[in-house]
Design a binder for this molecule. Sequence first.
Ligand SMILES: Cc1cc2nc3c(=O)[nH]c(=O)nc-3n(C[C@H](O)[C@H](O)[C@H](O)COP(=O)(O)OP(=O)(O)OC[C@H]3O[C@@H](n4cnc5c(N)ncnc54)[C@H](O)[C@@H]3O)c2cc1C
Length: 408
Amino acid sequence: MSSTFSLDPGADQLAVRDWLHGFAADVIRPAAAEWDEREETPWPIIQEAAKLGIYSLDFYAQQYFDPSGVGIPIAMEELFWGDAGIGLSIVGTTLAAVAVLANGTDEQIGTWTPQMFGTPDDVKVAAFCSSEPDAGSDVGALRTRAVYDEAKDEWVLNGTKTWATNGGIAAVHVVVASVDPELGTRGHASFVVPPGTPGLSQGQKFKKHGIRASHTAEVVFDGVRVPGSCLLGGKEKLDERLARAREGAKRAGGKGNAAMATFEASRPAVGAQAIGIARAAYEVALDYARTREQFGRPIIDNQGVAFQLADMKTRIDAARLLVWRASWMAVNNQPFTSAEGSMSKLYAGETAKFVTAQAMQILGGNGFTREYPVERMHRDSAIYSIFEGTSEIQRLVIARAISGMPIR
Ligand SMILES: Cc1cc2nc3c(=O)[nH]c(=O)nc-3n(C[C@H](O)[C@H](O)[C@H](O)COP(=O)(O)OP(=O)(O)OC[C@H]3O[C@@H](n4cnc5c(N)ncnc54)[C@H](O)[C@@H]3O)c2cc1C
């Protein structure tokens, strides 16, 4: 790992960026409108990405451990520059993979992560199921229960998850459930549900405002039985953690935030996705402003339009700097003392919304039609202030980190 923060990702990483950009330009972008209209998972494109090695565990691991510290944000930005709905269909599996990598034993990682991706001839996806109808921002309110059946060494899962990316179509589902409701988030544990497990079914598939190629659905767990080995981290570790939490709860009435570091570390990647959308919309708007003429001159000749583009570019670059800093810090195990991961996701998500709205304005009537891609990019950007922690929740995390106060 590099111990010095640098804005030069290095020749290897730039070659990866150019390779991904080619895939985004030649394969993803031309298919974006079609899959947005179809509102279906673009399996042929995921398969093509798998054949090229872009949809694989190895690829993401290599990017994560790239010495530049910014391999993942660069990859995300290029794929989502192509299209956010297809981009999320390609990278959605990594949410579940990260949950196993963060909480699983080496054996669990080795067993489950390859099954999440399948093979290039038989691609699979995975889903991470945490949110519930009454537990979105308030993760502590989740009601899905996991009860241990000691006689059979099995866990029995019951509950309903919602808004799960790839929920119901995934080979492997990772589920967050409560094993001790009295402990709130500290009584949570994560479980792998293997392919074809009885009792797991897809509920409604949502029709969405944006990222429509990405599948989002409810997942129902009705007496789902999984072997003891599917508890991520194992029973012994869970029992120790619960004992510590009960002791801590007695002493401090405390609330834990053990999951916070993991969430913080994954946020720069989500911010980078938002930057990809913003950059794509900015490029379309810049090009349009140079060629569209009104009053006998290109519209970019007006300061009113040129200044909009200047603000868009400035905010995109500022967002990328925050994302790269946070990503580099996470890879180099630097503590996020001011919630730098949240800062990067907050600013990049809000930037994507700002830039795509400005781009639509610069394209005038054309920007409002589906003849031009900024309308879709504008719809896609809206999710970036909602999922993976809303903008308000990011502000809450940052405010708590900088103040040390239990701000609500
Ligand atoms: C397309 C899509 C894909 C998703 N994918 C997944 C997935 O794969 N897995 C998964 O588990 N979840 C997923 N989610 C769920 C997502 O993470 C939640 O929607 C998100 O966390 C917000 O929860 P909520 O929708 O219940 O909103 P709520 O928590 O009900 O929030 C509603 C509003 O209240 C605000 N608010 C709430 N509490 C506070 C507070 N304390 N202070 C200030 N404001 C507050 C929020 O910021 C928001 O504006 C996905 C959602 C969508 C739409």
